[in-house]
Design a binder for this molecule. Structure first.
Ligand code: UD1
Ligand code: CA
Length: 454
């Protein structure tokens, strides 16, 4: 059979109370729609159609690299049936059509495969689930012989129907010719004056087509995201699943409910991650790495035997082996730290490389710099890289000692083995093995009268 997939993603998401198109809300750092699209992509298909509308340009821009999507515009959001209708002219009459909702991100491939397999024996199959709290979902109405006869939306349901716990998960497989005929005959006579896709169930029954159903593998995977509360519930679920997968690989995670991975994490052995750590993008941690509480790591590569102390931020950088970072350190993008580098508290490093065993342990700013190996950057050293208009480089050699509270006015070169006396403002290059000092001689005024309060 040839299968085409329609993903509905045009809705406003009124219940989110936000101007952002609902399907672009992030779950574990990825838009809801991307989760659904990635799952759909794993299923053999002829085409994937995404119906978009609200915040359309933003949605398309987010997926600009996905060349396999055929975009279908729904100008006005008149309901899920109306959304499907926009895709009908594109469908091949002999296809089976899998309809997915872009706001049900945790849907699992196994459940979809069960649905597709069932569809081989039936012309119309639905995925359903039993919810203890079915509020908000379309309810599955069955006759005395347990045959599905219709779906009633929450807003149109009677009190008795509202007690039904079997819900429409929002996934169906149906022959394209039937979908075409029935969607075109939908009406909007309901509480929301919308064209409900779910009404084709009643139409099928009137046309003597049996509607079969398949039960989803779990209820969480068919949880629709309509509100921010539901989004946060799905996020927590997803995060805990990821944390357990990492723990299975041997990663120590102090508290899976206080760990967030919004991307992909590659791990070595003997990693310990303390509470409230957030990791984003693509990250690689080597062996024997510890990450203390409240650290944020984005798109970075961390070597072996690295300790990242509490409250540190590392972004788009490469950290070598045996480094110590923090507490309270900030490694900004395009920084490269060689092995055994120590970056201490309140030190900011930006777009800089630091050679082996170089240390900057306290209160410094190192920006647009190349620092050699074995160099010591004293407390409060600042590379003055910005003249108000342009950025300039600071080059510091090997085994340099930069005294505390010095300012290095870039562009500048501090050659190997040199010493900068504390409190210096360095405006000229410093020769190797020399001492640079720029200090007013200390004088002493005896018997100084301190000002007194009037
Ligand atoms: C829908 C189902 C309900 C089901 C639930 C499962 C209908 C009428 N109801 O309800 O039976 O239990 O999902 O989560 O289908 N969309 C469009 N264009 C529109 C309207 C919606 O593309 O004009 C898209 C939305 O972006 C969303 C999906 O369709 O991705 C579902 O729409 P939503 O309004 O969230 O439907 P529910 O009320 O959740
Ligand atoms: Ca929904």
């Amino acid at each position: 059979m040839s299968l085409s997939i329609i993903i509905l993603a045009a809705g406003q998401g009124k219940r989110m109370n936000s101007s952002k198109p609902k399907v672009l809300n992030l779950l574990a750092g990825k838009p809801l729609l991307q989760h659904v699209y990635e799952t759909a992509s794993k299923i053999e298909h002829r085409a994937i159609y995404v119906v978009y509308g609200c915040g359309g340009e933003e949605v398309r821009a987010t997926f600009k690299d996905e060349s396999k999507i055929t975009w279908i515009k729904q100008d006005e959001q008149l309901g899920t049936g109306h959304a499907v209708k926009q895709a009908l002219p594109k469908l091949s009459k002999t296809d089976d059509i899998l309809v997915l909702y872009g706001d049900v991100p945790l849907i699992n491939q196994t459940s979809l495969m069960k649905l597709i397999t069932a569809a081989a024996k039936s012309r119309f199959s639905l995925l359903t689930a039993y919810f203890d709290e079915p509020y908000g979902y379309g309810r599955i109405i069955r006759d005395n012989n347990n045959n599905i006869i219709s779906i009633i939306e929450e807003k149109d349901a009677t009190d008795i129907q509202k007690e039904i716990t079997e819900v429409n998960a929002g996934f169906m497989v149906i022959k394209a010719d039937l979908l075409n005929e029935w969607v075109n005959s939908l009406e909007n006579k309901n509480k929301q004056t919308e064209y409900y896709l779910t009404d084709i169930v009643g139409i099928a029954v009137k046309n003597n087509v049996k509607v079969s159903s398949v039960l989803a593998e779990s209820t969480i995977e068919v949880q629709g995201i309509n509100t921010r509360a539901q989004l946060s519930e799905a996020e927590r679920y997803y995060q805990v699943v990821q944390a357990y997968e990492l723990m299975d690989k041997g990663v120590g995670i102090s508290d899976p409910s206080r760990f967030d991975l919004r991307g992909e994490l590659q791990v070595g052995r003997d990693i310990e991650i303390d509470v409230n750590v957030v990791m984003e993008g693509k990250i690689r941690l080597g062996n024997n790495v510890s990450v203390a509480p409240n650290c944020v790591i984005k798109n970075s590569q961390i070597g072996n035997n690295v300790k990242i102390f509490a409250n540190s931020v590392v972004e788009n950088s490469i950290i070598g082996n045996d480094c110590h970072i923090g507490p309270f350190a900030r490694i900004r993008p395009d920084s490269i730290l060689d092995d055994h580098v120590h970056i201490g508290n309140f030190v900011e490093v930006k777009k800089s490389s630091l050679g082996k065993r170089t240390k900057a342990n306290h209160l410094s700013y190192i920006g647009d710099s190349e620092v050699g190996s074995g160099t010591n950057i004293g407390a409060g050293v600042i590379t003055c890289n910005y003249d108000g208009a342009n950025k300039h480089k600071t080059i510091i050699g090997d085994n340099v000692f930069v005294g505390s509270d010095s300012q290095l006015i870039a562009p500048i070169k501090i050659h190997d083995g040199s010493t900068i006396a504390a409190g210096a403002t360095i405006t000229k290059d410093v020769d190797s093995d020399s001492l640079a000092i720029s200090r007013v001689d200390q004088k002493s005024i005896p018997s100084w009268n301190r000002p007194k309060k009037k």
